[in-house]
Design a binder for this molecule. Structure first.
Ligand code: G
Ligand code: G
Ligand code: MN
Ligand code: NA
Length: 253
């Protein structure tokens, strides 16, 4: 309850910031995107992990205003970088269940994009498989979001519970293979089979596929052999603050 009260004040006290992790095209090693990840600098506890506070935010409903702050901040940052003359890249933003269940989510995102003047093709929304369990609701929401022109990715893919039927019919653009499969891909032949199968399925369904948690050259090599499109992970960079991301990864357009 204490943490919930602190969380309630964190927005107005400006205790949140975003870090960005590059997404790399594996064939060329070109930076094609970045994932925005939320950080909370608690005045007493220091940095609190989203693993610890997102569930509290979700439970209390605070995730709705916090999630809107994330959307606005990430989109504004992306637009400012474009205005500064950097080559445009896409920003991936994590949605929580509570946000995804809001009937007016697409309308809110539309307003944010219009206000900022950011082309929706530079925004990717990450959802998890669990958000697609209520099939009707998920279909309607995804269709509304797709009509805006944003991309949709399924995050942590393989750990949840999507049926192939959903995958075939849902308006999604990308699968992000969960890092638990990628991390042991060279040691565990079952993981290798899973990564290879998800990648191949993505190709057949004409979906983009991104490997999460790429940490070494051997994994990169394996993923390239499988023709996985993109990778994200400590091999390329951990999530870093905006100023560092700009210095290390943005290129003039
Ligand atoms: O960045 P880190 O590995 O600490 O993230 C831990 C978890 O928190 C991940 O599952 C990530 O998806 C989630 N997370 C990070 N930022 C956000 C955010 O802005 N919104 C939501 N809903 N989840 C986030
Ligand atoms: O659930 P989600 O995919 O949104 O979680 C993203 C988080 O995964 C990032 O915030 C980051 O902290 C973590 N992460 C990113 N790359 C790596 C990696 O190469 N190895 C590990 N162990 N974690 C990573
Ligand atoms: Mn994610
Ligand atoms: Na993930």
């Amino acid at each position: 309850l204490k943490l919930e009260n602190d969380l309630r004040r964190a927005l107005e006290r400006d205790e949140f910031y975003l870090v960005y992790q590059p997404q790399v095209q594996l064939e060329t090693e070109e930076i094609v995107g970045m994932e925005a990840l939320l950080r909370w600098n608690h005045p007493k506890r220091g940095l609190v992990s989203p693993v610890d506070f997102i569930p509290i935010a979700e439970e209390s409903g605070l995730i709705v205003p916090i999630g809107e702050w994330v959307l606005k901040t990430a989109c504004l940052q992306n637009k400012m970088w474009q205005n500064a003359g950097y080559r445009p890249i896409c920003v991936s933003i994590n949605l929580s269940m509570r946000q995804f269940l809001q009937p007016n989510l697409a309308g809110k995102i539309d307003v944010i994009l219009q206000d900022i003047g950011l082309d929706p093709c530079y925004v990717d929304l990450e959802i998890t498989e669990s958000m697609t369990l209520d099939k009707e609701t998920a279909f309607d929401q995804l269709n509304r979001l797709k009509r805006l022109g944003v991309f949709i990715s399924i995050d942590d893919f393989g750990t949840g519970y999507s049926s192939l039927h959903y995958l075939k019919n849902m308006p999604i653009d990308r699968l992000k293979i969960d890092r638990s499969f990628v991390s042991e891909v060279l040691e565990d032949s079952n993981n290798a089979a899973i990564v290879s199968t998800i990648t191949s399925m993505a190709h057949h369904l004409k979906l983009k596929v991104t490997a999460e948690g790429v940490e070494n050259q051997e994994q990169l090599q394996f993923l390239r052999q499988q023709q996985c499109h993109e990778g994200q992970g400590y091999l390329f960079s951990k999530p870093i603050k905006a100023a560092e991301f700009e210095t290390f990864f943005l290129k003039p357009s």
